[in-house]
Design a protein around this ligand. Structure first.
Ligand code: PLP
Length: 404
């Protein structure tokens, strides 16, 4: 009989969003007139910007003529996009990254999952709890439920930032600004992790999908702002949340050329070489028209339009933060992130608070326990709804709190 990768059987069912959908459906059926506001969504809601739309139209037309039609492109991405990324995201910020170190892809979900192809099964892997579930599930797919997975517990006590592991760890996934907690790492905090990785010869997988939401220049947007990170970190970036590409699909991964690993036989091997080898074997490139759309994000108009979009989400985040703080909620995030992570009031657990909010305010959020056991007792709200609906939602929560 053929065999399967039985590690897949050890994955927990992903009940979170299906349970939310079922509960909302049941509630709507029993309360037909209820005006439900969704503050649980992790997807953007604003349309693509005019600069991106024009680039899409232009490149679609190019595909329709013999002279400018494009077939397969370079697996690593077209030079025009890799140059634009390097110039705006790194060089202009004084960060040393070259176009050759950029690998354009169709999403950070795929890349943060696929990076495991390069990693040996014997590694001890550290993952924060709570967490964006892709890191944990793809690690489980690779090595199964094993004592080589270490959960770095985050809580109110450590401000939802992980502490350095006390025991040997080879690989750590870090995501800042964080999903789901919205927390960020200061330059000093990130430096501590880079120094730890260099001393321990460990690898940091740094997910910067939300870097565009950082409002304060002193907070690092890239791990490569930290001295030595080129020798110990891979960074993942996405156009999904920053430029509204969740439906278009474009991202990139930075693998510096200095990032080396020593094999069992003592040979020094470059991770850049390995990722290039992996991508050119298993991936045939991001569509040309999508890469032209991503290039347009770096045009002056594209940059300005992207900023307007982010500002509008961040105004919603500020409304949520203020409304909740005024009513005595303990919360994290929302200052440099579209996510607000709040402690459920009155000792309610995550699902009890979900039901309470739906029942009393007709608002849908995401129970923190869905992101890991350490998320129990917490709840995630997002800034991706419209300004009007966000204000309305927070007004409802405020009225509810006043009657407590
Ligand atoms: N990384 C984090 C932390 C995310 O929250 C998400 C999406 O929600 C992604 C990556 C996925 O990004 P992409 O749309 O590029 O696959």
């Amino acid at each position: 009989m053929f065999q399967i990768n039985e590690h897949y059987l050890q994955l927990g069912e992903s009940y979170l969003f299906s349970t939310i959908a079922r509960k909302v459906e049941q509630f709507s059926a029993t309360h037909p007139g209820a005006d439900i506001i969704r503050l649980g969504i992790g997807d953007v809601t604003l349309p693509l910007s005019p600069a991106v739309i024009s680039a899409l139209h232009r490149s679609v037309d190019e595909m329709g003529t013999k002279e400018s039609f494009r077939g397969y492109g370079p697996e690593q991405g077209y030079a025009f996009l890799r140059e634009a990324i390097t110039e705006t995201d790194f060089r202009k910020r004084g960060i040393n990254i070259s176009p050759a170190e950029i690998f354009v892809s169709d999403g950070s979900k795929s890349d943060t999952g696929n990076i495991g192809d390069l990693l040996g099964e014997g590694n001890v892997v550290a993952i924060t709890d709570p967490v964006y579930p892709v890191y944990l599930d793809t690690t489980l797919m690779r090595i199964g439920r094993s004592d080589r997975i270490r959960l770095l517990r985050c809580s109110g006590e450590n401000g939802f930032l992980p502490e350095l592991p006390q025991e040997r760890v080879d690989i750590v996934y870090l995501c800042y600004p964080n999903n789901p907690t919205g927390t960020v790492m200061t330059r000093e905090e990130l430096t501590t992790w880079v120094d730890w990785a260099l001393v321990n010869e460990s690898l940091i997988l740094f997910d910067a999908a939300y870097e565009a939401f950082i409002r304060d220049e002193s907070i690092p947007r890239s791990i490569y702002e930290i001295e030595g990170a080129r020798r110990c970190a891979i960074e993942f970036r996405s156009f999904s949340k920053s430029a509204g590409f969740t439906g278009l699909r474009c991202s990139y991964t930075v693998v510096p050329e200095e990032l080396m690993v020593i094999t069992h036989s003592g040979e020094s091997v470059s991770l850049h070489y390995l990722w290039n080898r992996r991508q050119s074997t298993k991936f045939n490139g991001t569509p040309y028209i999508i890469q032209r759309a991503a290039e347009a994000v770096y045009s002056p108009a594209g940059q300005q339009e992207m900023q307007v979009m982010i500002d509008s989400y961040m105004e919603n985040a500020a409304v949520i933060r203020k409304g909740l703080m005024d009513h005595g909620y303990t919360l994290y995030g929302g200052e440099h992130s579209p996510y607000i992570w709040l402690q459920c009031p009155d000792g309610l657990d995550s699902w009890q608070f979900f039901d309470h909010l739906l029942e009393k305010c007709h608002i849908v959020g995401t129970p923190g326990v869905g992101f890991g056991a350490a998320g129990e007792g917490y709840f995630r709200l997002t800034a991706f709804n419209s300004a009007e609906r966000t204000v309305e939602a927070i007004g409802r929560i405020a009225r509810l709190s006043s009657t407590r």
